[in-house]
Write a protein that binds this ligand. Structure first.
Ligand code: SF4
Length: 486
């Protein structure tokens, strides 16, 4: 068995690369080259049968991750599969299972079995659940947990191997210390045992396990800043240097790598952060959480962070980990997941348009044409969240006759500027010429991105098959999701 990067380096275009090229509308050889160079990853564990392969890299459409998983107190397999369904329904390109309670193995296996998108995990969470206190975690336990999760088909794992013992004093003057869950657990372990980070110490053995199953590293940023004041500090960049070295080691072992990034970063420092990561990590895909561009808006952190995420993707970040409105405040429910994913798909798409990604703008053009034609049904259909668009429209103008109306309730019939403009053009005879030029059905723009890159077509039998793209999918609004901080 060869990993995707090993095959790519030998000049082989794998089936996964062919599929990715089809989805991204690029040549398979381009995909192969990007994977061979370590500038893109195809997280595809050989044991994940149901996977529809996708690619993460700055030369491809920007991707969005959603976190699911249970808490210590509740949730079983069925509930977790509903969460997976919700995340995929709203457009998640990958899903991280951050479960910390219940039957972790059964939940993980069920997620992998049913998911068409790559599944990521943070193995330190499971290791913590198997010991009385953090300092009791052993190297053997960590390796066992990682190997078991690899066997179960997990496609990528967050491994916080870059937080070193010598980095810890660098966080002393911080306003919010270590905010990554994985980072804080490892800091406690290192301090209690007076030993180096076990993931760092055993990194080569982890590489061997990952190479066997083609698990992709998501090198965790355990020292990411938790507030604007701590952004771009010595601790953060010291860890980044280590992540750069580890990226090289993993590539030597034929293992794919992406690198995680901050956090909370003022807008003016984001591009610089992305460029630095790209340089230090030799172009390995950057996977960022936000970043939040201000600390003052709890309750709206899907917005504060998607502003930063747009800027990060514009500068070259390849995947964005969504943040929901509940960030810093509580467990998100399904409605929060919907809000978070919508915000992040907007961020990803806006960056793709700004970066001139082939075909990205066509989606905007198709919707704009439908809007100017007063083709309301097509406008809803093309909307990023069709159900939301139609329900807002129908709140005031619910009847079928309004689906052909040349106005909506925002300006009203008399003041509808598009209607006034069209009437004026009609009077000039210009509309006829425009109408001749505009044929929505035949426009190449109308079909590109239908479904948009990132919205997964789901086929076959199983939980994720039923009607999830038909608009009649029911979401349990009381369902709770884990916080995004790993
Ligand atoms: S009424 Fe205003 S918002 Fe509504 S379609 Fe016309 S111009 Fe657009």
């Amino acid at each position: 068995m060869q990993t995707q990067i090993q095959a790519a380096r030998q000049g082989t275009v794998t089936e996964a690369m062919e599929r990715v090229a089809e989805r991204e509308q690029v040549e398979p050889e381009f995909v192969r080259q990007q994977v061979a160079d370590g500038q893109a990853v195809i997280p595809a564990n050989v044991e994940h049968d149901r996977l529809d392969p996708m690619i993460i890299g700055r030369e491809f459409a920007t991707k969005v991750n959603a976190n699911i998983g249970n808490s210590e107190t509740e949730s079983g397999v069925t509930e977790e599969l509903e969460k997976l369904h919700t995340a995929v329904h709203y457009g998640a390109d990958t899903v991280m299972d951050l479960s910390t309670g219940g039957d972790l193995d059964r939940i993980r296996e069920a997620n992998v079995e049913h998911s068409p998108v790559p599944i990521g995990t943070v193995p330190i969470y499971e290791a913590v659940k198997q010991v009385e206190s953090v300092e009791d975690i052993t190297h053997e336990l960590l390796l066992d947990v990682i190997e078991k999760q690899a066997e179960q088909g997990v496609d990528y794992m967050t491994i916080h191997a870059g937080v070193l013992l010598e980095h810890l004093p660098l966080t002393d003057g911080r306003k919010t210390g270590i905010v990554s869950r994985g980072g804080s657990i490892l800091a406690q372990w290192m301090e209690e045992n007076a030993m180096q980070n076990p993931f760092y110490a055993k990194f080569e053995e982890i590489c061997e396990v990952f190479a066997e199953y083609d698990v992709t590293f998501s090198l965790g940023d355990g020292l990411r800043p938790g507030c604007l004041a701590d952004a771009s500090d010595e601790a953060q960049f010291a860890e980044l240097e280590t992540l750069g070295e580890l990226t090289e080691v993993a590539h030597e072992y034929g293992v794919q790598v992406m690198v995680e990034g901050p956090g909370h970063v003022p807008m003016d420092q984001i591009a610089e952060n992305v460029e630095r990561q790209q340089e230090v990590c030799n172009g390995a895909p950057f996977y960022v959480l936000g970043p939040l561009v201000t600390d003052v808006a709890p309750g709206y952190d899907h917005i504060t962070s998607c502003i930063g995420a747009t800027e990060a993707a514009r500068a070259g970040a390849a995947m964005l980990c969504y943040v929901t409105p509940k960030e810093h405040l509580g467990l998100p429910d399904a409605e929060d997941v919907r809000e978070g994913l919508a915000a992040y798909r907007i961020a990803a798409h806006a960056a793709d348009v700004a970066n001139g990604r082939e075909g990205a703008r066509d989606w905007d053009d198709a919707l704009s044409e439908a809007r100017y034609e007063f083709d309301w049904r097509r406008q809803f259909d093309l909307a990023l969240d069709p159900d939301r668009a139609q329900s807002y429209h129908d709140q005031t103008l619910p009847g079928d006759n309004y689906k052909e109306a040349r106005f909506c309730s925002m300006c009203g019939a008399e003041f509808c500027s598009m209607r006034i403009d069209q009437d004026a053009r009609d009077a000039d005879g210009k509309m006829e010429a425009i109408a001749d030029e505009t044929d929505l059905e035949r426009s190449p723009a109308a079909e590109v991105n239908r479904p948009p890159v990132g919205t997964h077509e789901v086929e076959g039998d199983g939980l994720l098959d039923d009607a999830d793209l038909d608009g009649d999918f029911e979401v349990d609004l009381d369902r709770e999701y884990p916080a995004t901080d790993d």
